[in-house]
Write a protein that binds this ligand. Structure first.
Ligand code: DON
Length: 341
């Protein structure tokens, strides 16, 4: 017993020394050079991969450079690692759903989400009307359009400007900088979002949206048009990995006990009808957007994000899925993967 305690305290002293010396990261059993190598390997492996295509049902998205490719990882102790283009912005699209859900969960509690749209995967595409009809707008989740537009309608605020302000300031706190809307993307989607308007009307008809469904759709369209780069998305993911406190700015954005229900819905529905396949390969709660971004969370370890616009048939970035899978698995990011010593 004594020996165990002694060697245990020796190990703790060495660990504390390595952490202080900056050679190891809290929670992540990898050296900085291993992290850099993992990012660079993934970048080199996939930079010339020509698979998938930009989304074009929102006309502005078809015009984005398909070669844009950036990878960023931020550890829970706030260190940033990058490869490729981590400065160029794309629209956040469906990744926004996570952070509007976070706002609602923080202000109204997890039960409000569960009772108003559910926390189950639909197994359908993200803008499925069949999924609404099947259970009259229940038994779904905040990562698909009907649940997401409903979550947007639940954001608090005295008027439309206050509700929007609440959303954009939440996203900015997660990212650690002031984010803004890409107006061309907003205009392009606002002119072509009739299907989302119809979905919102149905959610209103079934009693899930209490206010004006078209206002909710318009604010949702605006939230989807917020511009982000790979570093922003990594910071947003790292804030969730770090229990709701942005590890770079030190700002507490949401309470730590609000994070697990968000990660649970990301795990079951973050990559739409391919969420099971994704979880099988990585174990990571994640979220994709048709702008080409994917972010993923390794709780207590790191947040990672990749931007690359070409998507597969399910609407998920091809390069981003491959790069995050390789990097996370190389760094021991899978929360289900316990290796007995
Ligand atoms: O509502 C839409 O269709 C888009 N603003 C967002 C969809 C999206 O990103 C789905 N992602 N894979």
């Amino acid at each position: 017993m004594n020996r165990v305690t002694k060697s245990g305290s020796f190990v703790s002293i060495v660990l504390a020394f390595l952490l202080a010396a900056g050679t190891l990261h809290a929670g992540l059993d990898a050296e900085p050079q291993d992290i850099e190598k993992a990012l660079q390997n993934a970048f080199d492996t996939y930079k010339d991969l020509q698979q998938g295509a930009n989304a074009d049902y929102i006309p502005a998205l078809a015009k984005v450079d398909p070669n844009l490719f950036g990878i960023a990882l931020i550890t829970v102790d706030g260190r940033l690692y990058t490869a490729g283009d981590v400065k160029s912005e794309v629209s956040i699209q469906s990744i926004s759903k996570v952070f509007t859900m976070a706002r609602v969960i923080q202000d109204s509690g997890p039960a409000a989400i569960e009772s108003n749209m559910g926390v189950d995967a639909t197994g359908q595409v993200f803008n499925s009307i069949v999924a609404v009809e099947q259970y009259q707008g229940s038994e779904m989740n905040a990562m698909v359009n009907p649940g997401a537009i409903t979550a947007t309608s639940m954001v608090q605020g005295e008027n439309r400007d206050a509700r929007w302000g609440n959303i954009i300031s939440t996203y900015s706190a997660f990212a650690g900088r002031e984010l803004t809307v890409l107006e061309d993307v907003y205009q392009s989607e606002a002119a072509t979002n009739q299907r989302n308007q119809a979905i919102a009307m149905l959610m209103y008809a079934y009693g899930h949206i209490k206010g004006d469904p078209l206002e909710a759709t318009d604010i949702y369209t605006r939230q989807c048009s917020v511009g982000v780069n790979a570093t922003d998305l990594a910071a947003m993911a790292a804030t969730l990995a770090n229990g709701g406190t942005n590890p770079v700015t030190g700002t507490k954005v949401i309470d730590a006990d609000r994070v697990p229900p968000i990660l649970a819905v990301m795990a079951t529905a973050g990559l739409y009808d391919d969420s099971g396949k994704w979880l099988y390969a990585t174990g990571l709660p994640a979220k994709s957007g048709v702008g080409g971004g994917i972010l993923a969370v390794s709780p207590g370890k790191f947040g990672i994000a990749v931007i690359s616009p070409p998507l597969d048939a399910a609407g998920n970035s091809v390069r981003a899925q491959k790069a995050i899978t390789d990097i996370s698995n190389a760094l021991g990011g899978n929360p289900y993967a316990y290796r007995p010593q």
